[in-house]
Design a protein around this ligand. Structure first.
Ligand code: FE2
Length: 415
């Protein structure tokens, strides 16, 4: 096998291990149950992962016969809203596990034989990369379902690293054009493409995401609604995460806030949310070369010392915990920890072309969705890049969502 085939095989295996952890942590009753009307039963996510893998890699790329064409409609996310999925005649946990294993065996056979060139779907193993990212995205969704599940803790992980540097305050990002999006990242999805120049006027941006302590000060002064999973205790705010309730960690990024809540905080602080272009410029633009890099720290793939990704920890790390992941301008924790709401709708870049299908991104474009950037502690590195765009309804907060703030540079103001 070539290096690329080996890499794809490794990514598929690593990703399936995560799906297995998330679905074997609970019993069959918990797999079938709907833990929130916002979420699918975990057993739906599992079989849907297998069904998408079958559609794209077994049938389309591999040209093989269907494994279970009869269940396609049950696992088509466009046919059934999440709240309706528990009532469907879904595969049982045992059947779903057998189904995803059968599909995966065929996929490894396809991976050994199919030429990884000659058409856009197989070039650089794109379709395999898309399916890895799809499974990782559902793993993050399943992690959010675990967070909504009532009952004893079933997931465990080491605590995130402590803060080691002071990251208070803001940095000036100088005005001028930068390259947004990508035309070269092999596994980038259609909505991240193509690379294009955007002129961004000078602005200031927080060096770190807004913390629990900062958000608590806002709540105390305004009486605003606390984040999802917070509760009041005589001693202060508590947060429940994956079945464990503890006092909030003051210097960790606030998580589980909606877009309007993030915006209200920014206004209270005399600031605003960054736009999507501002966020990406802060994350990728290198003032020394004028080039946009893949990540804030450079072009290397994320390593554990760069960012809190991949469910290695079950919480955002305190701000200042990842100095090696900072951007050249000194903006920290743009990647990992919490998804960051930005004040931009989900719109296509100039020159956008739907690929490989309209339902991936194009049908979601418009003012109904707001963008989130940077990934969370529950996002895998395979599904997180400086160019990666996530989108959701502004009211959503069961996702691992936080934010940082920004402001315009006043006329005549220097850094
Ligand atoms: Fe999906």
């Amino acid at each position: 096998m070539t290096d690329l085939r080996e890499r794809v095989a490794r990514e598929l295996l690593r990703t399936r291990q995560r799906s297995t952890v998330l679905t074997e942590a609970v019993d069959d009753g918990d797999l079938i149950r709907q833990h929130s009307p916002l979420m699918s039963p975990l057993v739906w996510d599992l079989a849907h992962i297998g069904n998408q893998e079958e559609l794209w890699l077994v049938r389309d790329v591999g040209g093989r016969d269907p494994v279970r064409a009869d269940i396609d409609h049950l696992y088509d996310a466009f046919k059934h809203a999440r709240r309706d999925r528990p009532a469907l005649p879904l595969l049982s946990p045992r059947e779903a596990r057998a189904y995803v294993a059968t599909v995966r065996d065929k996929v490894f056979d396809v991976l050994e034989r199919v030429p990884l060139e000659g058409n856009r779907l197989t070039e650089h193993a794109f379709a395999f990369g898309m399916i890895v990212q799809h499974e990782q995205q559902h793993d993050e969704t399943m992690l959010a379902t675990h967070q909504l599940r009532a009952g004893d803790p079933v997931l465990a992980a080491a605590p995130p690293p402590p803060s080691t540097v002071d990251v208070s305050g803001e940095v000036l990002v100088p005005g001028g054009p930068f390259t947004m999006g990508t035309s070269t990242e092999p596994w980038a999805l259609d909505n991240e493409r193509p690379a294009h120049l955007v002129d961004v006027p000078a602005f200031f941006i927080d060096r770190a995401p807004v913390t629990n302590a900062q958000y608590a000060a806002f709540l105390d002064e305004t009486g605003a609604e606390p984040p999802l999973h917070w509760s009041r205790d005589p001693g202060g705010w508590l947060a429940t995460a994956f079945g464990r309730t503890a006092p909030i960690v003051p210097d960790a990024p606030v998580v589980h806030v909606s877009f309007p809540e993030a915006k209200a905080y920014a206004e209270w602080a005399g600031r605003r949310l960054p736009t999507e272009a501002e966020w990406e410029k802060a994350a990728r633009w290198d003032p020394a070369t004028g080039r946009s890099r893949r990540y804030p720290w450079g072009d290397e793939d994320p390593e554990p010392h760069h960012a809190n990704l991949g469910q290695r920890h079950l919480a955002p790390a305190p701000v200042g915990a990842y100095p090696a992941g900072a951007s050249p301008l000194g903006v920290h924790q743009l990647i990992g920890d919490v998804w960051e709401w930005v004040d931009s709708d989900f719109t296509p870049y100039p020159g956008f072309a739907a690929f490989p299908y309209r339902e991936y991104s194009e049908v979601f474009f418009g003012p109904d969705y707001k963008i989130l950037r940077g990934g969370s502690f529950g996002t895998d590195a395979a599904a997180c890049r400086g160019t990666f765009r996530n989108w959701d309804y502004p009211i959503r907060r069961q996702i691992f969502s936080g934010f940082r703030t920004a402001r315009d540079r006043s006329p005549g103001e220097l850094a």
